[in-house]
Design a protein around this ligand. Structure first.
Ligand SMILES: CC(C)(COP(=O)(O)OP(=O)(O)OC[C@H]1O[C@@H](n2cnc3c(N)ncnc32)[C@H](O)[C@@H]1OP(=O)(O)O)[C@@H](O)C(=O)NCCC(=O)NCCS
Length: 379
């Protein structure tokens, strides 16, 4: 069945740059329904799960910002939910490869895919799509806010509000921490997944200890010391409800440490008009081989993506790097942060930086606009 083109669209627009034939894009791992997507022809993606082909999807550009994806059968008929995951995985691939894409269209029925209407129902339930006759339209800006696609199952429940006091600060009670992986996303230009997990003292302490004693890191963090000091530091962060101490990994390799905090209970709050769900963060990249452009453009958007997905009420992410830290201020500006003002902390002159949810999703700051593997392979 062919969808009627919305007015003003032609089917002459250039095709999105998909991953090169044979390159596997893995997607939606955190849902437990992880799938692999392979380009099998210039405009055809094949989606597999556990080695089984779920479907093929033909990609057509209708304009520079609208794509139509048409699924076809390429094996046994998949169930409605696996097919929904397959469709959403192709949206991730196509939108990662095409930074200007606004909308993806799917047909609602397809004679050879009797489970497609059920799959489309799941897509509609995710909240990122609307149906118009026999076409479903996914807004890319909404798609990247579907938390369940990249976050761990314990983060998929709605959050209740109860106000509590910490000292003299009244703030929402924060959710209890759940050990293990919190977020996972495939990074096309690294060909691997980036994940964020709650730090585990049993396995991560040695790495954390060596990173904190790196003079480059210590120049900013000022926390060099022995193992006992670092064990106490990690225990204190794990016990503090306003801080999420996270280890970042590329594949299985730990590369950095992040502290994500609720701004309301943090030292930053008195310096601006802080809101209940504002969040802030600190970073150190410990593994020297994971420094530079390819990595900053992987971890910075992914960390911000994790923060915005963790609580949909978070509208703003703040930070307070040293006002003299030109290298990091440059990375933050390129990542979508506004540099708001310099101010005096007791221990340093800082720059207040802020990233809006709207800026991140509307201006696709989740994508670093890097070349897709196909383009890299062609270089
Ligand atoms: C600060 C720190 C996180 C920066 O990470 P890094 O891997 O060293 O990255 P660098 O700043 O050296 O390089 C990033 C490169 O990516 C580029 N880049 C950043 N964002 C980009 C984007 N969106 N698109 C394209 N390129 C981008 C930068 O311009 C820079 O390019 P250059 O090397 O040509 O100048 C890291 O050095 C670190 O952990 N330092 C110690 C602790 C620290 O300072 N923490 C921050 C406290 S606020």
């Amino acid at each position: 069945m062919t969808a009627v083109l919305p007015a003003g669209l032609s089917s002459m627009a250039p095709l999105p740059v998909l991953p090169a034939p044979g390159v596997v894009f893995s997607s939606l791992d955190c849902t437990g329904g992880g799938v692999s997507v392979v380009t099998v022809a210039p405009a055809v993606l094949e989606v597999q799960q556990d080695g089984k082909v779920l479907c093929r999807v033909t990609v057509e550009s209708l304009s520079p910002d609208v794509c139509r994806l048409t699924p076809t059968l390429a094996g046994d008929v998949p169930g409605g939910y696996p097919l929904c995951l397959a469709l959403l995985a192709t949206v991730e691939v196509v939108s990662s490869a095409t930074p200007g894409l606004d909308t993806v269209l799917f047909p609602v029925t397809q004679p050879e895919l009797p489970t497609l209407p059920e799959a489309i129902r799941y897509v509609l339930e995710s909240g990122c799509a609307v149906q118009d006759g026999d076409t479903v339209s996914i807004a890319i800006e909404l798609f990247w806010q579907v938390s369940s696609l990249w976050t761990a199952p314990h983060m998929h429940h709605p959050h209740q509000i109860r106000r509590v006091m910490t000292g003299k600060i009244r703030h929402p009670l924060r959710r209890a921490k759940v050990p293990g992986e919190q977020y996972r996303r495939f990074i096309p230009w690294l060909g691997q997944c980036l994940s964020l997990s709650l730090i585990d003292p049993a396995t991560d302490l040695e790495t954390f200890h060596s990173w904190m004693n790196d003079p480059r890191v210590n120049a900013i963090w000022d926390e060099a010391g022995d193992r006992d000091k670092h064990a106490a530091y990690v225990a204190e962060r794990l016990a503090d409800p306003h801080v999420m101490p996270l280890i970042g990994r590329i594949g299985d390799r730990p590369f950095g440490y992040f502290e994500v905090y609720w701004a309301k209970e943090n030292r930053i709050a008195p310096y601006y008009d802080c809101e209940d769900f504002d969040r802030g963060w600190h970073v150190l990249i410990g593994d020297e081989s994971c420094r530079g452009r390819d990595y900053v453009t992987a971890w910075l958007p992914s960390l911000m993506h994790y923060i915005f997905l963790d609580d949909l009420r978070t509208q703003r992410i703040v930070g307070e790097p040293a006002a003299s830290h030109a290298q990091q201020l440059n990375n933050l500006s390129r990542g979508g942060f506004a540099l708001l003002k310099e101010f005096n902390f007791p221990h340093k002159r800082a720059m207040l930086v802020m990233l809006l949810r709207e800026r991140f999703f509307e201006n696709r700051k989740w994508s670093a606009h890097l070349a897709a593997p196909a383009a890299q392979a062609a270089e």
